[in-house]
Every structure is written in structure tokens, then in C-alpha cells.
Design a protein around this ligand. Structure first.
Ligand code: 6CM
Length: 256
């Protein structure tokens, strides 16, 4: 019957658009808000205090509490040579790399695959003594954004992680207290023009990274212990993550 529709399977590699998902309006809004927030500087009246510095890496925080819980916003900048923003964001987003750089996790599961660029993760974090262990449930979205604010940048990539809810994974029903996070990783690529007729090499590439994080522990956790853990773990994370990226990419073709 020529009017009968054939079932058509999409060739692999074609993205299913996330735009039809119920979370899409929130993903769109939060990702763009996070990008705006990441681009704001750390000077002036923002109240950011520098708490860690190592080479090109700078980490700032603001001491803040909500209902007696530490929710200190964190902002970090780093400059890494030899990798593109696309490569760095891919590694931050993709579940297959996570165990290679994320040292504060006990477990990670992808509970929903919304599209090629959007996943929902359930993670169990390592316990911080003497507090109860934490878990988190969040969507993670990666995208390229045209960078009209910085004419020198080749492009801009962002990964945004933001807590969500799913009836199948209710909060605070097992051994963990649910924490709530809003995290962004924003990367810009800069390329030194190679000599006439030569191809761009890894040494010609510089990636400027901004990492922002706000975590609400979701329940009692001693402020001093939490602040001490953050002070130690965030610099460790950014150094470990960026060296992991350099190592992963070094012998591979450049992904612009
Ligand atoms: O952004 C980071 N990781 C992402 C992928 O896992 C995701 C997760 C953010 C969770 C942030 C929670 C931090 C608080 C967890 C405390 C547990 C630390 C225990 C350490 C014991 C050795 O966005 C990197 C997160 C880096 C956190 C330091």
C-alpha cells in the first residue's frame, strides 16, 4: 500500500532535539542565566574573596548562608594550553570520562538520556564526616554559543548542571540527604594564527575556563567542616580535571 508510512529509523549520529522535553524551557533559561553569571567579573562590589591561586588558576568564594546552611557561591578561572573549549566541555559533560577526574563521587548513573546534549544524572557523593552522605539528581546540558561579546575568541562552549526532580528518584528516602547544585563550566578558545600555510597545532591553542558552583547541602552539615572541604577539594578538582583534559587530548586530532 503506497499510502502506508514506512517506519524510518534515523541514521545514528543525528541528534534527537531536546526542545520537545518537558524540562526544555528550564534548561534553556537556566543555561543562559548561568552563562551571563559566569561572564560577570569578580571585582568591584561583588564581594568575591580570592581563596586559592596556583599558576593561572584563581578561585573565589563568597560566604553565604541560607536557613543556617552554607551555600557559598564559588567562581574559578583558569587558562589551559593545548585544548579547545569544545574538548574540555565534552570531557566535563560525558559520563565515560567522569571517573577519570571526579574524585569526590562514590557513584554515578545516567537515569535519563534526553538527547545527545542533555542527560539526567544521579550521583552519590563521598561522605563528609560527621555529616550524612549526600546524593544529587541533576540535568546536564552542553552547547555551543556564538560569542558576540569577545571578538578575539574562536567560540564559546558551556556545560550547565542543575538540580531537578524525578518521581522515580525521590529525595531523602534512603541513606542519603539530597543536595542541590547549580554548576557551570564555560570555555572560550583562542588561537594564535599559525605561520602562512601551516596547520593549527595544539601549542597554538589556549582555552579560558570559568567554573561557577553553588551547592546547597540540603540538610545539616557543620559549616566549618564544609568550608574546609570546599577549600581543599575545589582547587584539587580544577587542577585534576584540566590535567586530565590535556592528557586525554594530547595525541588526538584537535576538535574545534
Ligand atoms: O562540578 C563538579 N562535578 C560535576 C560532576 O560530578 C557536578 C557535581 C557537582 C557536585 C558538587 C558537590 C560538591 C560537594 C560534595 C562534597 C563531597 C566532597 C567529599 C570529598 C571527600 C573526599 O557538577 C566538580 C565538583 C567538585 C567538588 C569539590
Amino acid at each position: 500500500d503506497r499510502l502506508k508510512q514506512k517506519s524510518v529509523s534515523l541514521p545514528s549520529g543525528i541528534a534527537t532535539p531536546a526542545v520537545k522535553h518537558r524540562l526544555w524551557p528550564e534548561i534553556e533559561k537556566v543555561t543562559m542565566e548561568q552563562l551571563h553569571y559566569a561572564r560577570l567579573g569578580v571585582g568591584g562590589a561583588g564581594g568575591w574573596q580570592l581563596f586559592a591561586e596556583d599558576g593561572d588558576m584563581r578561585m573565589y568564594r563568597r560566604e553565604e548562608e541560607a536557613d543556617g546552611l552554607v551555600v557559598d557561591p564559588l567562581k574559578a578561572c583558569h587558562v589551559v594550553k593545548g585544548v579547545t573549549g569544545h574538548e574540555v566541555c565534552n570531557i566535563f559533560f560525558s559520563p565515560e570520562y567522569r571517573s577519570g577526574w571526579e574524585a569526590t563521587l562514590e557513584d554515578m548513573t545516567v537515569v535519563e538520556n534526553i538527547s545527545n546534549d542533555t542527560l539526567i544524572f544521579l550521583q552519590t557523593h563521598k561522605r563528609i564526616w560527621p555529616a550524612t552522605q549526600r546524593d544529587s539528581l541533576f540535568w546536564s546540558h552542553i552547547r555551543r554559543v556564538s560569542d558576540d561579546q569577545d571578538p578575539d575568541a574562536h567560540d564559546l562552549w558551556i556545560v550547565c548542571n542543575h538540580s531537578t526532580e524525578l518521581p522515580d528518584y525521590p529525595a531523602n528516602t534512603g541513606k542519603c540527604v539530597r543536595l542541590y547544585l547549580s554548576v557551570s563550566l564555560v570555555c572560550q578558545t583562542f588561537i594564535d594564527p599559525p605561520k602562512e600555510g601551516e596547520r593549527i597545532k595544539r601549542e597554538d591553542i589556549t582555552c579560558k575556563i570559568t567554573y561557577c558552583s553553588v551547592v546547597n547541602p540540603g540538610g545539616w552539615a557543620p559549616a566549618s567542616v564544609l568550608r574546609a572541604v570546599y577549600k581543599r577539594e575545589y582547587p584539587k578538582f580544577l587542577k585534576r580535571f584540566t590535567s586530565f583534559c590535556i592528557d586525554q587530548c594530547k595525541d588526538k586530532p584537535i576538535v574545534f
